[in-house]
Design a protein around this ligand. Structure first.
Ligand SMILES: [Zn+2]
Length: 304
């Protein structure tokens, strides 16, 4: 298939996105992105849009890296707008489940955080303190967490999906309209992937000089929460299991940059990330190639 990442195994998963999001500030001055009050939700399979998802995320990271050099009011608004566009397309990252080793989180007394989690430097946190960071705008009866002797249940004052234990309980919360994420967490993740991709390209272009394996951003890029099981229908397949959009993205990214049939590259002219069908294509489209040629011939003339 042309321009498609070759994903090995069964990748069906679904994720939630709302029709609209707001940027909201808490009383303590933290800036969050949260589904709008009247937004409706839809489910989608991130693996069906794998290529766009990776390109859009790296581009978001690129924009953040560029704008942060001069973070004035105008640039801040520009960046917030990019995050809103991303969220409307793909939903929030699900960092609440991606950032801790705990499976269900709800009902555990303490959560154990993974390293470089984009949220906090703390290593262990009380469950309620941890969860409250993701529902800063929740009001009285919006969400009730019931804890029984052997199980927990989340009651929501709206109609988003519930999994009745088929997926980790925390997803009942993630898929609700009250689940929010800090802008900075999302930016931090997007920047990390964009930087990872930049370093990867540097090593790729100098790979003739490498004598042993180089782990790109060894401490920073380390997907922790990916599980899989084995399914049998007409053939035996790996069925990957994801409990966040973040780990889904990390997986797609890993397959994308290691794919042997397609090449994720940066355009030599505009620097945008694009999918090339072979290693020799250096420009994202014909107009960039033309502009680059014009520039080259101008430079040649001025050097004469
Ligand atoms: Zn280009």
């Amino acid at each position: 298939m042309d321009g498609k990442i070759d994903l090995v195994g069964s990748f069906a998963t679904d994720w939630i996105r709302y029709s609209d999001y707001d940027i909201k500030e808490t009383s303590t001055g933290d800036i969050y992105i949260t589904p709008s009050e009247n937004a409706s939700f839809s489910m989608y399979n991130p693996f069906n849009v794998a290529e766009d998802l990776i390109i859009n995320l790296i581009t978001l990271g690129d924009i953040a890296l560029k704008l942060e050099k001069e973070m004035n009011k105008k640039n801040k608004e520009k960046l917030y707008n990019e995050i809103l566009i991303f969220a409307k397309k793909y939903g929030l990252l699900g960092l609440i489940s991606a950032s801790v080793y705990n499976q269900n989180i709800v009902g555990d007394e303490k959560v154990l955080l993974i390293e470089n989690n984009h949220i906090t430097k703390e290593k262990i946190m009380d469950e309620s303190k941890y969860i409250n960071q993701f529902i800063p705008f929740v009001e009285d009866d919006d969400i009730t967490i019931n804890k029984y002797k052997n199980c927990v249940d989340i009651v929501k004052r709206e109609d988003s999906p519930k999994f009745y234990g088929k997926r980790p309980v925390i997803l009942d919360l993630v898929f609700s309209k009250f689940y929010s994420e800090k802008i900075n967490w999302i930016i931090d993740f997007a920047k990390m992937i964009a930087k990872h991709f930049n370093q990867l390209l540097v090593y790729k272009n100098t790979s003739v000089n490498l004598t042993e394996n180089v782990t790109i951003m060894a401490g920073k890029f380390h997907a922790r929460k990916i599980g899989f099981t084995i399914n049998q229908l007409d053939k035996t397949t790996i069925a990957w299991e994801f409990d966040s959009l973040k780990t889904t993205i990390e997986t797609i990214y890993a397959f994308a940059v290691t794919d042997e049939k397609i090449v994720f590259n940066r355009c030599k002219h505009c620097k945008n990330v694009f999918i090339a069908n072979n290693i020799r294509s250096k420009y994202c489209d014909v107009s960039c190639r033309n502009r680059a040629n014009v520039k080259k011939s101008r430079e040649r003339k001025s050097n004469k």
